[in-house]
Design a protein around this ligand. Structure first.
Ligand code: PLP
Ligand code: COI
Length: 366
């Protein structure tokens, strides 16, 4: 707990859903559609985080002149809580999300939230909403922290008042089709992030700017956009809400390659975990640049055998086909690849407590 911010007040909701209603809502939750009974809020003003509170989930009240509505100071995070075999609940690397939240805050000239307070808010909320943590191994409680600028002021400058909000959403598979290979569209018409921009921050504007490209991908029959670098338009960076991995099989050796962190892509926590798990499984790993041409050539030559996307919401999702203007190529006959599936299982086993947590990733909540 930070010495600078008072402990959170816990004000339980008087409108808790009945067990039957909650169970009904939690059946086949999909992603991001249902929310638990409570949320945490912590205001920031006069240069300090103020008394925060865990209270009934519900609408926020904002002044129409609140600067987030005009100039977009808004950041968010995503991490998950998992039911454990002993009946407890643990979150996956929430401290890493707390630190990335602060890097995003810094980039958007917003105040940093002490990581201890970030964790305290999450633990208090999850403990109160314990009944909303799904028991099934395909599901989890997805936690969404965010911060917005609430200053009622129209001048363009970093706001002086902010609101931190955290809420939870029981979640199943991110893609409606479940764990099946996705088709991706390599975007040549739009860019996500340029050097010096906000690409490595998890800020709302990055996602707003991606929506046209995502809509274009869908008109081409694709599930997701693959972004290329903004300068040469040839290096593969990441996907709409996921990092990307390529699997190489050469001379009996399996190598996992992922685009290096250049400052224009999000440093995914799943990405970093997959690199560790890949090494645990005896695979080689490389973080380096990969061009679209290399992707095509290595697939055609049979050196690259799989590609997959990874992220908190998407977990590990195989890529079955790449498409761009003038070409399309299947990957691994458009079926789930063995390396992607092995890594997915290894990750889920740690998260759900059926494999030892050798990296110290799991945080005990209750
Ligand atoms: N890239 C983008 C643009 C994202 O939105 C996400 C999702 O959070 C990721 C990558 C994956 O990051 P993480 O594994 O930390 O969820
Ligand atoms: C996450 O995986 O947590 C994300 O934030 C991705 C989002 C686009 C759903």
């Amino acid at each position: 707990m930070s010495a600078l911010a008072p402990a959170l007040l816990i004000n339980p909701s008087t409108r808790i859903l009945s067990d039957a209603e909650r169970t009904e809502r939690m059946t086949s939750p999909g992603f991001g559609r249902i929310f638990t009974d409570h949320m945490a809020v912590i205001p920031y003003r006069d240069g300090a985080w103020q008394q925060g509170e865990v209270k009934a989930y519900g609408p926020l009240s904002l002044d129409p002149s609140a600067s987030v509505l005009h100039y977009g100071q808004a950041i968010f995070e995503g991490f998950k809580a998992f039911a454990q075999p002993d009946g407890g609940v643990k979150t996956f690397r929430p401290d890493a999300n707390g630190r990335r939240f602060n890097r995003s805050a810094k980039r958007l000239a917003m105040p940093e939230l002490p990581v201890d307070l970030f964790l305290e808010a999450a633990d208090a909320l999850i403990t109160l909403d314990r009944a909303w943590v799904p028991a099934s191994t395909d599901e989890s409680l997805y936690m969404r922290p965010l911060m917005i600028a609430t200053d009622p002021y129209l001048g363009v400058r970093p706001a002086r008042e902010y609101l931190f909000v955290l809420f939870g959403s029981p979640a199943g598979a991110y893609f409606p089709q479940g764990v099946k290979p996705v088709t991706v569209w390599i975007s040549e018409d739009y860019v996500r992030a340029a050097p010096g921009g906000t690409g490595e921050a998890k800020c709302a504007g990055n996602y707003a700017a991606s929506l046209m490209a995502q809509a274009q991908a869908e008109t081409k029959g694709c599930d997701q956009v693959v972004w290329l670098d903004a300068v040469q338009h040839q290096y593969v960076e990441e996907m709409g809400g996921m990092n990307i991995f390529f699997v190489y099989q050469e001379a009996g050796k399996t190598t996992l390659v992922t685009p290096e962190l250049t400052g224009t892509l999000l440093p995914g926590i799943t990405r970093s975990s997959v690199l560790d798990l890949a090494r645990d499984l005896g695979f080689e790993t490389q973080e380096r640049k990969v061009t679209v041409q290399q992707w095509r050539d290595d697939l055609a030559a049979g050196r690259m055998t799989e590609a997959f996307a990874c992220g908190t919401a998407a977990v590990i999702t195989p890529i079955g086909k790449i498409k761009a203007n003038g070409f399309e190529m299947p990957i691994n006959q458009e079926v789930n690849g063995p390396v992607a599936l092995a890594l997915r299982e290894a990750l889920l086993a740690v998260q759900h407590g059926s494999a030892p947590d050798t990296h110290g990733w799991m945080h005990t909540v209750c």
